[in-house]
Design a protein around this ligand. Sequence first.
Ligand code: MV4
Length: 651
Amino acid sequence: MLQKLLIANRGEIACRIMRTARQMGIRTVAVYSAADANAQHVKLADESVYIGPAPSSESYLVIDKIIAAAQATGADAIHPGYGFLSENERFAEACAKHGLIFVGPPIPAIAAMGSKSAAKAIMSDAEVPLVPGYHGDDQDLDTLRAEAEKIGFPVLLKAAYGGGGKGMRVVNHSGEFTEALQSAKREAQAAFSNDKMLLEKYLGNPRHVEIQVFCDQHGNAVYLSERDCSVQRRHQKVIEEAPAPSISEFTRKAMGEAAVRAAQAINYEGAGTVEFLLDTNSKFYFMEMNTRLQVEHPVTELITGQDLVQWQLLVASGEPLPLAQEQIQLNGHAFEARIYAEDPAHEFLPSTGPLTVLRTPELSAHVRIDSGVIEGDEVSAYYDPMIAKLIVWGSNRTGALRRLVTALNDFRVAGVRTNVDFLRSIANHPQFQRAELSTRFIERHEQDLFADTSALEDDYATMAALAELVQSQQSQQAWFANPGLQLNQPAQFTLTLQHDGQPYSVTLTAHGDGWQRLPDQRVWRASWQHDRFRIHCNERSFFAHVLAAAGDITVMTEVASIRLQRYDVLLELQHEQATGGMVAPMNGTVVAVLVANGDEVAEGQPLLVMEAMKMEYTIRASHAGTVEQIFYESGELVSDGAELVRLSASA
Ligand code: MV4
């Protein structure tokens, strides 16, 4: 058995791996960057090693530093988690070279899945169903075009070495083919340093269903049910569940067995995930195999009662799989929702900053939270801005879904914007409740999921003012008996907020035992109850949480969570706007400059493309004008707020 395990990762997954290692009596070593000196994964580990500056390219991705840390601490194995070096062949090789156990598959298995086209050839031989397409070496434009015609449009172009939807294009007509191919190749080259493409028949409305497989070093291989991860936005999973709803036992078994064949075809060991596209006619097709533990593995753990990290560590130690296929039993239903520090109203831009408030739902046998941060920690711009994974179990899908909604209601976060309301909108959506899932779910239901809360803002501002008033009255009561209320004229209370850069005042005027915000006739009251406010508005009452941080006030009810800005932060904001608007929305890399000095551009015209957090952002002209200066070239790093392009003043 392993004695000491180094975890070459950070955040929730590092913490999650350490929890199991500790239970198994394995000692743990954390590695950390300058940004993570006080991170939870460092506090949880028995030992820790500093590995360099905050950017992961200088710390968590530097193979030599990780190996040196393992050697310095006498670790005998390295768990890579997910992301970072988890599917990096050279890293697995370096581990082997230095006598360290890599908790993952053998090197040739990683290599086999590194190229999508090579993977397809192997899967085809193993009789794992593939989407009709072309995955050959001949990348000649005419060959590819001819193959596309043969497949029939719509055709999907995929980068052979790609992932996460990058270098992928749907081509609806042959006339679009050349341009789409070039654009996909450019993206693939930039992202993966390889522009090899493969072609597939495009499925219009598939589900993403993936099978968890496990293999040991003795030739045993099993599948542990499947997960439906169809609800995604821009190739990032949002809510996952297990088992996949409304799949027949026949299809489940066929997919499981195909996944095991896939794993055996590459002499797999350890935890792997075989991803399939499931078409509307129940046909399924191999998409890719992920040679790592996945973010969403907990939903499988909750319905099988197994600890997959424990399985990984057992297999890595040379032990046989704990269970045979017929011993694996499924029980109930589980969901995972990924709680992110991001702003759904602004293209899900990561929202970095201190977690001034972070209260999570109560844990129980049926509610699990995997997180790497606590209240007071910082969500930094350097890494994935996930705050927590919320995982819930129920004896059936409906029960599990009800628990998901309840737990989402109990999340309270301030300091950063989050996707909690967005997740709740999905969980409450009638089509989601009926398990009408597809990879286009979010796109299809955009109207419902991005509900406009601007009409609510006035009332939430009133509640914020009421909350401040109650708090100030409570703190004053110790000194004198609320003089404002004893005067003959109505007492007033004013809170100044800002909206879109403009200040606006919320003035409450005393009215009987409550308050009015004129000219509205409604009478409001608020009282503090344990840890939240009970708000009364005329004859109705409901609960609200009011979370005040430095510059903002977040008001949360069961209907919405709205973040209001205080007026005093306006000055800072104006400074940012004075620099012209075409600034980097976050730390990232310039991937394409689309204009040149002296170009005339129209308002809204794309000027430059940035990449940050695995996503591309297009920076557009804020007004028509002439390009006066371009501050960065393709490939350069830019910081949040840096001016990117300067335009002449609008005519
Ligand atoms: C597809 C497809 C439709 N037809 N392949 C997206 C990521 C990449 N790993 C594979 N992806 C897709 N491949 C064919 N032939 C649709 C997608 C797809 C998708 C797949 C799974 C989950 C979410 C998705 C969102 C958009 C497109």
